[in-house]
Write a protein that binds this ligand. Sequence first.
Ligand SMILES: [Zn+2]
Ligand SMILES: [Zn+2]
Ligand SMILES: [Zn+2]
Ligand SMILES: [Zn+2]
Length: 474
Amino acid sequence: MMSSVVEDSDQNNIMMCCAACGTAEADDIKLMRCTACKSVRYCSVKCQKEHRRQHKKECKKRAAELHDEILFKQPDSTHLGDCPICFIPLSLDLDKSIMMSCCSKVICKGCQYANNLRIEDERIQHSCPFCRKPTVEIDEECDKLNMKRIEVNDPAAMSQKGSEQFKKGDHQSAFQYFTKASGLGDVEAHFKLSYLYSKGHGVEKDKGKYLHHMEQAAIGGHPFARFSLACSEGGNGRHDRGVKHLTIAANLGHDKSLDSLKKLFSNGLLSKEDFAAALRGHQAAIDAMKSPQRKAAEIAGLELTSTDEGFDKQFYKQRMNRLLANDPVAMCQEGSEQYKKGDHQSALEYFTKAAELGEMEAHCKLAGMYYVGQGVEKDRGKQLHHWEEAAIGGHPKARYFLGCDEEESGNIERAVKHWIIAAAQGSDDSIQLLLEKFRSGFVSKEDLAAALRAHQAALLLLVSNFLLSLTLTD
Ligand SMILES: [Zn+2]
Ligand SMILES: [Zn+2]
Ligand SMILES: [Zn+2]
Ligand SMILES: [Zn+2]
């Protein structure tokens, strides 16, 4: 069906006659294409108007086919693209990359980690691993840099500013930034704009524009946009279109879309072949995002340095009050804040206090510090101790790391035990490794099936959170 559109328009290319009066194109007669269906030509606006009634139905049908041809084309990569330093595709997990305010480039944490090691080795000034400008730590400085990027029409910087304005509650301004950024081709801005149109934030509600921008985001490789389109198609009862969207998103490495396909398959709504193809496509995309450097960064707990840009003074004050009230979560956050500023000693103190008060995240971060030897001597014993404390307290990531550590020491059985527990707590990484170990015969089919079921159940609990994360207020 799809190819017929192309063939027909080719035929029209050959004929080159006005569809209304039959006049052929000549030196002094230029024909214009119908902009909607691109498959017929006219010698004049008058001819086009006359032909409209006759052409309307066919035009609509072809325009829809043309639209679907573009909409359902598999994008080469996600909207995030590759890390500009290592050229490996960026992970869909936004915690695994960072946007530099100097050049608006999104860098993978593997490259950031390598850069930090080099800086520490050579005892030089902190600088951006991409553009080499000295890094700024103060929020106002970051803001200034971002405004400079906006002045030179950088769509990524505009899009980020839009998100910040939204968080501050200025929806009108957010709308303007997203509109500009999307006009300059920023895919994320299309996605967020569609959200504003759907909720009527900063602009009148508009279903048509919501859909338009959601589709533009999907075409640009945005897997969440694809997933959203799939959900609405499913809601409209158009399952075949829903499956197409989910398959494209799964091929881009989107976990939730693959999960949905899995459900459709087990309910008999998707063929085994189609599911297997999606599974392979998804795995290939995930594999392409891996690198030893990224793994090292993850194990070193580089999430310690993740910046919450856009965090404002109000929030800071609240946190200070919570700190004074000995709130372990606030203490752990303050530790991360201190770490970010390079004060490892102070970070260690906050994490230690928070961990003593039972904050599992703090245990996990402490383990990271003992692993890297920052603010404290490297200490493998303490590193393991804190991972274990966190794991016992129900921290899936610490559990996952413990498994990786056991695997590295050759204790596959213990590694598998950890990953099974972590999988039941929703750890996707653990499921991936269990699948790997199943293929190499270290995990039985029954154990894998049980782990998958438990993982699925944990994910269902997370679904409501996921839906919330689709909004801007994350
Ligand atoms: Zn004509
Ligand atoms: Zn037409
Ligand atoms: Zn990289
Ligand atoms: Zn830079």
